[in-house]
Design a protein. Structure first.
Length: 353
C-alpha cells in the first residue's frame, strides 16, 4: 500500500514522527510538506531532532490568508497526488494543511485517514474548528484520540470507520522524554526546575485583537514569577505592532520558538504553563504540569474534567488569580492511550485500501 502523509506545521511534525516510523516498516510512505511552517525554529529543527524522513515534496506555500494558503495547498497537493497515485492520504490535526490534504484527496476519490479526528471546541469562530469538521466529514478512516472525540463524531452522524486509538503525541513523548533531558535549555536561560512558568500565545483570536493581547501581557507583567515566553512569529509581530514588545521583555524572558527537545524539557520542568495552544494543553497533562488555558473553550475537555487544566479566557484579573491559585489535586488518568502508532498502522494494514 502506498500512503501519502500531508504535514505542514509544528504539531503535525511531532505526530507524524512516530507513525511514520511504524508505517515504513511495512508500507510505502511519501511525505508531502506544505511549507505552512517554514522558519527553521518551527520547521527544520523538528525534522532534525525527531528524525523524520526528508519530505519527498516540499511545496513551500508559506504564509497568507486562510483562503489563499488553503487554495495554494489544494492546487499543489492535487498535482502531487496525480503523480504519485497513493492508496491512502493521511492528514493530521486541524491546520489548513489538514483541510487542503483532505479536500484534494476527496476530489480525486482517494481514501483519507484523519489522525486526531473528532476533536471539537464548538467554537466556529476558530479556523481550526472549521478545518476539523470538514476534514472529519471527508475522511474514510477516523483515528480518535479520546472517547469524547468518538462521541462527537457519533453526534454528527459519522458512523463509518471510527476508531478509538489514543493520541500519537503520547508515542512522541515516550520516545523523546529521556532524550530531551539532555537539553541544556534550563542552564542557557538560568532556570531551576519548578521555579518558573512557561507561556505560549499564538492563536489569532488572541494575537490579532489588541485588547485580548494587551490583557494577557498586562497579566504576565503582574505575575510575581519568572516567566519564559517562546515567541511565535505572529505573536512577535503583533506585540511590536501594538507597542507591547519592549514593555513585555523588561519582565518576561522572551525567546525564539524552541525546538521540540528544548521545549519538552522546558515544559517538563515548569511550575505551570499559560497557553492558548491545544497541543500544549495535552502535552502539559501528559507531563503532569498544571495548565492555565487563555481561552473560553478547549478541544481537550478531558484535561479540564480531570482537574489539570483550567479555562480562564483573557481577563487580566482571572489570569493573575489562577496563576497563583490553580493547584490540581487529582490523579491523572491514562486518557490518551499508548502504542498508538502501532494501533493505527495495524488498522491501515487490515483495511488494505
Amino acid at each position: 500500500m502506498k500512503i501519502a502523509s500531508v504535514i505542514g506545521a509544528r504539531p503535525q511534525f511531532i505526530k507524524c514522527a512516530p507513525l511514520s516510523r511504524e508505517l515504513r516498516k511495512l508500507q510505502q510512505e511519501i511525505i508531502i510538506h506544505t511549507g505552512q511552517h517554514y522558519d527553521y525554529e518551527l520547521n527544520r529543527v523538528f525534522f532534525d531532532e525527531l528524525e523524520i524522513p526528508e519530505p519527498d515534496y516540499n511545496l513551500g506555500i508559506g504564509s497568507g490568508t486562510h483562503a489563499h494558503q488553503t487554495g495554494e495547498m489544494l492546487k499543489q497537493i492535487e498535482q502531487v497526488l496525480m503523480q504519485e497515485k497513493p492508496d491512502l492520504v493521511l492528514v493530521y490535526g486541524d491546520t489548513n494543511s489538514t483541510l487542503a490534504g483532505a479536500l484534494a484527496a476527496a476530489k480525486m476519490q482517494i481514501k483519507i485517514g484523519h489522525v486526531e479526528a473528532g476533536l471539537r471546541s464548538f467554537d466556529k469562530s476558530m479556523p481550526e474548528e472549521i478545518n476539523r469538521i470538514l476534514t472529519d466529514h471527508c475522511s474514510d478512516y477516523l483515528f480518535c484520540p479520546t472517547q469524547t472525540a468518538v462521541d462527537n463524531l457519533k453526534m454528527e452522524g459519522i458512523k463509518g470507520d471510527v476508531y478509538l486509538t489514543g493520541d500519537v503525541m503520547v508515542d512522541s513523548f515516550l520516545h523523546n522524554r529521556e532524550i530531551a533531558e539532555k537539553s541544556e535549555i534550563l542552564d542557557r536561560l538560568g532556570l531551576k526546575s519548578k521555579e518558573y512558568l512557561v507561556s505560549t500565545i499564538h492563536r489569532q483570536s488572541n494575537t490579532d485583537y489588541e485588547t485580548s493581547l494587551r490583557n494577557i501581557v498586562n497579566a504576565l507583567l503582574e505575575i510575581d514569577e519568572t516567566i519564559v515566553f517562546p515567541l511565535h512569529p505572529r505573536t512577535e509581530k503583533c506585540l511590536k505592532a501594538y507597542g507591547l514588545y519592549d514593555k513585555l521583555r523588561e519582565k518576561v524572558e522572551l525567546t525564539k520558538p524552541l525546538g521540540y527537545l528544548d521545549f519538552l524539557k522546558l515544559l517538563n520542568h515548569a511550575k505551570k504553563v499559560l497557553t492558548d495552544s491545544g497541543g500544549i494543553q495535552k502535552e502539559a497533562y501528559i507531563l503532569g504540569v498544571p495548565c492555565i488555558t487563555l481561552r473560553d473553550n478547549t478541544e481537550w475537555v478531558e484535561t479540564v474534567k480531570d482537574g489539570w487544566n483550567i479555562l480562564v479566557g483573557v481577563g487580566k484579573d482571572r489570569i493573575i488569580k489562577m496563576s497563583k491559585g490553580f493547584e490540581p489535586n487529582t490523579k491523572r488518568s491514562n486518557i490518551f492511550g499508548e502504542e498508538v502508532s502501532v494501533k493505527i498502522t495495524r488498522i491501515i494494514r487490515s483495511q488494505g485500501s
